[in-house]
Ligand binder design. Structure first.
Ligand SMILES: NC(=O)c1ccc[n+]([C@@H]2O[C@H](COP(=O)([O-])OP(=O)(O)OC[C@H]3O[C@@H](n4cnc5c(N)ncnc54)[C@H](O)[C@@H]3O)[C@@H](O)[C@H]2O)c1
Length: 340
């Protein structure tokens, strides 16, 4: 058994944005080719508690070196006020030969970076006629910080960033952190959600809103919204947009804006296609220059598997992590053959 803690996972993933983007892209392609298994995630909720949850995401990713496993990720929003991260996560990777668990990884970084990589892939794939040089980030937390890291890798033209958070102090702090990490970017904190939505044609929503509260009336024509938090946009806004998902069966669940839109219409006809199909297509995608495009990734367990496997392999190459040889029971010796 190999155990990788948070520092070791970061050691191998820091600076590996191109590799993370590539394994996430491959995972979407394998999903489009039906070489994956992604059962619905299970939401563990608690009596009289609307906010906290722990989600299990089991998955299988087929390829020349197939991998299976599960992410177990908790979201406790109250942690933030207490100075802790909202989300914490663990991953188990299983052998596809024996089924036995082979590795346990701290997975909050894996989860945040695979989410950010999926957003950056969508931004680089769902292209406009002129490249996006600016992005608006709504929700100044862990996920949007990682989104910016991956957008820089996927969109080399990116120069300007506009921030908005319900908590202005979080936006200011986030801005200072970005300016320190990427001094070449022009960072602005918006006065309100309206100017933020209007600032650029690329918008990433990563808030903790649990009920839709936002329309796109202030967006510029041709805007792409990366709707990572899944529950910000009003169902009517979703229905009027060109919608790209990671997997429609997953994205239309758990009271997401798409789920609410599907309940309103009784169908999913408002979903145009999936990112895997767009990536697999032979012609480049060109987004609607006049309307709104919305990318809503539910967050498939195969992305966690892909990034965790990348981290595990890199750690093995570098000799990182803790080996726990006695974790699994030692097989009983076979009984001696009776002699006749
Ligand atoms: N789709 C996916 O694959 C995926 C994966 C991971 C996380 N997420 C989602 O991304 C979201 C953000 O996660 P995080 O770890 O960055 O959370 P976080 O708690 O670190 O940050 C969220 C920020 O959003 C702000 N916020 C809340 N409501 C807002 C609103 N209405 N307008 C503007 N700002 C608002 C909060 O003040 C906070 O600063 C969560 O909803 C999480 O579930 C999605």
């Amino acid at each position: 058994m190999l155990i990788l803690g948070a520092d070791e996972v970061r050691d191998v993933l820091d600076g590996a944005e191109t590799d993370v983007l590539e394994v996430v892209r491959q995972a979407y392609l394998l999903h489009a080719r039906e070489q994956t298994a992604v059962p619905h995630s299970v939401f563990l909720r608690f009596p009289d508690d609307e906010r906290n949850r722990i989600i299990a995401l089991p998955a299988y990713l087929g390829s020349d070196t197939p991998v299976a496993g599960m992410k177990w990720i908790a979201s406790f929003p109250g942690n933030v006020a207490a100075g802790r991260e909202r989300a914490s996560a663990t991953m188990i990777l299983n052998s596809m030969r024996t089924g036995e668990p082979e590795a346990i990884l701290e997975a909050s970084t894996i989860s945040a970076r695979r989410t950010a990589a999926s957003a950056a892939i969508a931004a680089a794939t769902l292209t406009a006629a002129t490249p996006d040089t600016g992005v608006t980030l709504v929700g100044c937390g862990v996920i949007n910080f990682e989104v910016l890291r991956f957008l820089r890798a996927a969109l080399p033209e990116l120069q300007a960033v506009t921030l908005f958070d319900l908590d202005p102090q979080r936006a200011e702090r986030f801005g200072r952190r970005c300016a320190h990490q990427w001094p070449e970017l022009a960072i602005t904190v918006a006065e309100g959600i309206e100017p933020a939505m209007a600032a650029h044609r690329l918008v990433c929503l990563a808030t903790t809103a649990s009920r839709p509260h936002l329309d796109a009336r202030h967006c510029r024509p041709g805007t792409l919204i990366l709707h990572l938090s899944l529950r910000d946009l009003l169902p009517d806004t979703v229905r009027s947009a060109t919608n790209i998902v990671d997997d429609a069966d997953h994205a239309c669940r758990a009271a997401t804006s798409l789920d609410l839109a599907a309940r309103q219409t009784g169908n999913r006809d408002f979903i145009a296609t999936s990112i895997g199909e767009v990536l697999a297509a032979t012609t480049p995608y060109r987004r609607d220059e006049h309307g709104l495009t919305v990318f809503s990734p539910f967050g498939l367990g195969i992305l966690d598997l892909a990034v965790a496997d990348l981290a595990r392999r890199a750690a093995e190459r570098l000799g990182l992590g803790t080996r726990l040889p006695g974790f699994l029971p030692t097989p009983e010796p076979a009984p001696a053959q009776a002699t006749v």
